[in-house]
Design a protein around this ligand. Structure first.
Ligand SMILES: [Zn+2]
Length: 90
């Protein structure tokens, strides 16, 4: 087997079911079925030439959002579902 589990610098996000994700790198050429993929107990990405592409597919598949640096305080937060007095909905 040429597949092996990679040692990651930073941990992968878990999937929506909470499974630990693993990064698998197949060292064969891309045309021979090699590449990077991410898998957990319930899902698996396709193989990608680059790890970041596999990670991108993983995040899209599980709707994982990576927190972005907060450059400024959020001032445009909209609160939904608030009821006004008298029972009307906003
Ligand atoms: Zn899973």
């Amino acid at each position: 087997m040429t597949q092996r589990q990679m040692t990651l610098v930073e941990p992968l996000p878990t999937c929506k079911q909470g499974h630990t994700a693993r990064h698998i790198f197949d060292a064969r050429r891309a045309g021979a079925g090699g590449g990077h993929l991410i898998e957990c107990a319930c899902s698996q990405t396709r193989k990608h030439a680059e790890f970041v592409d596999a990670l991108g597919e993983w995040k899209r598949a599980h709707r994982i959002r990576t927190p972005r640096p907060q450059l400024q305080p959020a001032t445009n937060v909209t609160q939904l579902g608030l009821r006004l007095k008298g029972g009307r909905t906003a």
